[in-house]
Design a protein around this ligand. Sequence first.
Ligand code: 0GY
Length: 289
Amino acid sequence: MDADWLEFHPNPKTPDFPLPEGAVDAHCHIFGPSPEFPFAPERKYTPCNAGKEQLFALRDHLGFTRNVIVQATCHGRDNRALVDACLASEGRARGIVSIGADVSGRELEEMHAAGVRGVRFNFVKRLADATPREVFLEIADRIRKFGWHIVVYFEAADLEELIPFLRRLPNIIVVDHMGRPDVSKGVDHPDFQRFLELMAEESRIWSKVTCLERLTNTGPPYDDAVPFAKAVTDAFPDRVLWGTDWPHPNMKSHMPDDGALVDIIPRIAVTETLQHRLLVRNPAELYWH
Ligand code: 0GY
């Protein structure tokens, strides 16, 4: 099937910003390759193939040491491609899977042994059909004994309604892309301030300061979105993660150069100490403890 969105950048630049030793790309995906790892019949988009070899080559080119691979919705609950990549990474990749409450204890154990450290709950309606909250709570309970955390993906408009549910989750929660703020409203807008307040109230909540290329209205170098990522990093330096989001599913406006994305990091984490926490210490604590 033909891809219905842009292909990833064919030739990303070598970053000018030298990544610190041990840096982790904490949000990326792999797609297929199909037919070895077919896409899910219920998917909302069909990506191009972007397999583990390409991801590992990008990791090395950009100067990352390790990856956290997040199950993308186009693979549904079939985590085989992700698990295969984790196993092939020689300990240099961890995974975040998508599962149902019917997952067996043995499947969980096998995924843990492969390097899985969390599940993703997707609330973005254009990407995934709704899952009942009771099911999510059951999954949250099942994964506790493995010490896994929960990655949540939602859009800013849904935050208020989700807060009581998030508070009920017993696990560490990692919010994808800062909860996708509307950057045209500015950092001081009550919607984004509400997100910062939630992080202040709940020390279990972490945020990925990622996807400026998705949030921007002005395009590279994302001057309108950088202040949001910087605000979260300044306020919660011990609970932030950064990732490329390669191969950038559903990007239609432009396809970012992953090397240029790395060059934005020093505008988000403006001191060496902050950069080390964002890129090395925080992901190591969550994924390689
Ligand atoms: C992202 C964002 C998107 C897609 C997915 O799982 C996915 O399909 O995450 C999106 O379209 O916003 O984080 O990569």
